[in-house]
Design a protein around this ligand. Structure first.
Ligand code: AHR
Length: 317
């Protein structure tokens, strides 16, 4: 893709859309602020609500499912028109979703899926999380071109749908390639600090020269790991190839600097499609599809990552 097309494609995922005003009140249960991507999603959700004249009641769960369940119960008690939730883990939601349904409050899932009956929520706005892992795995298959490679994996939050699905997708993609082997895999909880700590332990246990590639379930963990790799006297992106997911500005900068190799974009604008679906459902009874899928685009050193970094930073990402 040429640079203009690349910038346009990225900009479109970040800019609030002008839409008709509404007098809806919507509760948003956010996971927390574990990553740059998460912070961007919070910002964009507030912008998208404001652009529609929606009153957004925001609750930060600080990574705890029990806080999310309490927030949902509080939204239900307040009689909100709808609820947005980014569920921290996949299981344990049936009861509170039933309570929302009993109160006729539609619930929309943002960016993560749940293991609950589909009829308990209106729709889910997410990427194809398994596909993201497959794209990362396929990138490494192509990059290694048959050469042996010992891989370390930084998983996302244990029990979260992106950690489960991104692992599955990556493993599927490399399964027919005996030259590629995952030798260590551990959670870094989607944070920069844990990404660094766990990468340090991988380097110590394996020896840096015996690790050929890092697959991180998000960019923040990859950025933390880059620091650990540098402190171990190795060159990230060269001695150890790095592929991750999100395409946050710092990942584009790391690719521009040759310290990271690839990232798969996850738009932080899940709220735009979610609020459109809710508006159509509440105001005209239009039933949305059960899954509103967002795009997953691969960025590599072939893209103008310096320009994309500057453009995303300019948008307040
Ligand atoms: O659910 C999406 C994931 O959650 C993002 O990839 C990650 O950065 C975030 O914490």
């Amino acid at each position: 893709m040429n640079i203009k097309a690349t910038l346009f494609a990225s900009a479109i995922t970040l800019m609030p859309i002008a839409v008709v005003a509404s007098d809806l009140t919507i509760g948003f249960s956010q996971i927390g602020s574990e990553s740059g991507w998460r912070a961007a999603e919070t910002t964009v959700t507030k912008q998208e609500a404001e652009a529609r004249g929606i009153t957004l009641k925001f609750a930060d769960a600080q990574q705890k499912q029990e806080n999310q369940i309490s927030a949902l119960r509080s939204f239900i008690a307040q009689g909100v028109d709808a609820i947005l939730i980014a569920p921290v883990v996949a299981t344990g939601w049936d009861e509170v979703l039933e309570e929302a349904q009993d109160s006729d409050i539609p619930v929309v899932l943002l960016d993560r899926t749940v293991d609950a009956p589909e009829e308990l929520y209106l729709t889910a706005v997410t990427s194809d999380l398994v596909h993201e892992g497959s794209v990362a795995g396929q990138w490494l298959v192509d990059e290694m071109a048959g050469a042996d490679c010992r891989i370390v994996e930084l998983q996302g939050t244990t029990g979260s749908s992106p950690a489960i699905d991104r692992k599955t997708g990556f493993e599927n993609a490399i399964s027919d390639h005996s030259n590629l082997e995952i030798v260590r895999s551990q959670t870094g909880d989607f944070t920069r600090s844990q990404g660094k700590v766990v990468m340090e332990s991988f380097l110590k246990a394996e020896g840096g020269e015996n690790i050929c590639a890092l697959y991180a379930h998000n960019d923040d963990m990859a950025v933390g790991a880059i620091q650990a790799i540098k402190e171990a006297g190795l060159n990230p992106g060269k001695d150890i190839k790095i592929v991750a997911i999100d395409a946050v500005p710092d990942a584009h900068l790391a690719i521009a600097n040759g310290e990271m190799n690839a990232t798969i974009e996850l738009t932080p604008n899940m709220a735009g499609p979610a609020l459109d679906a809710l508006d159509a459902y509440i105001n005209s009874g239009t039933m949305p599809p059960k899954w509103i899928q967002t795009e997953s685009k691969l960025f590599t050193a072939a893209d103008d990552n310096q320009a994309i970094y500057e453009m995303k930073k300019g948008l307040g990402y």
